[in-house]
Design a protein around this ligand. Structure first.
Ligand code: NAD
Length: 250
């Protein structure tokens, strides 16, 4: 018996080949789940779904900043799978801006995807989870929320990801009586397309100096934590924020 046998999972922003969402989708599929890959581009989402281990995964276009797109995607998942047990709110963008460089459109773009998207996709699937009295929602925040910045994320990114932590806890409190859990994962520096290709070796040395484990994280490190929070292994865990950062905050 695999950990997620008979379960279905919706993972937003899961089409990016080196991304945390795709790694999480792959690990969940290896553990028996059927996956709905949601991302901006339909072809990319379908290709990512086809690439996952096992059969029956689906790819859907869904811009998580659009409430109605989230509602449509949730309906399409329920039509295809009949149920949704797990939601991973992973879609995110960042912008390397300083405080005084943030224009209204920067603030809106970063807040919309990271925070509003997490709310809208959760709202789209919660009625179904409530009906079944079960569900696990995993929200991807960031170490930037906890320490007020990082190499890539500007203050608006820190604020949006801190908002994700507040939303996670509020959802956990409100949804606990309905059998739905809500937890957040705070990745540190993980090698993906968000971080890749933009670093000089000096920057890399500086980053590694701040990581007691002395290495960048892998997408699979984050996926493992998501698997724990999505599965019954974490049945009594809700409202938590789990650090996956190689000890960066010690
Ligand atoms: P990535 O850029 O590889 O993947 C992000 C995915 O989100 C892409 O597939 C993109 O198309 C999708 N996306 C963007 N806007 C969207 C929208 N409006 N609707 C639906 N999908 C959308 O990035 P990643 O590194 O895999 O990041 C995944 C998550 O982890 C993000 O929330 C990010 O903020 C967070 N995070 C990453 C790191 C890191 O070091 N890589 C650290 C902390 C947190």
């Amino acid at each position: 018996m695999k950990l997620l046998d008979g379960k279905t999972a919706i993972i937003t922003g899961a089409a990016s080949a080196r991304g945390l969402g795709k790694a999480t989708a792959t690990l969940f599929a290896e553990h028996g789940a059927k996956i709905a890959v949601l991302d901006l581009d339909l072809d990319a989402a379908k290709a990512a779904a086809a690439d996952l281990p096992g059969e029956g995964h689906i790819g859907l276009a869904c811009n998580v900043t659009d409430k109605w797109a989230c509602i449509d995607a949730a309906a399409a998942v329920l039509e295809a799978f009949g149920q949704a047990d797990i939601l991973v709110n992973n879609a995110g963008i960042t912008q390397p801006l300083k405080l005084m460089q943030i224009e209204p459109e920067n603030y809106d773009a970063v807040t919309d995807v990271n925070l509003r998207g997490t709310l809208y996709m959760s709202q789209a699937i919660i009625p179904h989870m409530r009906e079944r009295k079960t569900g696990s929602i995993v929200n991807i925040s960031s170490v930037s929320a906890q320490r007020g910045g990082g190499i890539f994320g500007g203050p608006h990114y820190s604020a949006a990801k801190a908002g994700v932590l507040g939303l996670t806890k509020a959802m956990a409190r409100e949804l606990a009586p309905d059998g739905i859990r809500s937890n957040a994962v705070c990745p540190g520096f993980i090698a993906t397309d968000i971080t890749g290709g933009k670093l000089t070796s000096d920057m890399m040395d500086m980053i590694l100096e701040g990581i007691p484990m002395g290495r960048a994280g892998e997408a699979s490190d984050v996926a493992g934590c998501c698997l724990f929070l999505a599965s019954s292994l974490s049945a009594y865990v809700t409202g938590s924020e789990v650090d996956v950062n190689g000890g960066s905050l010690i």
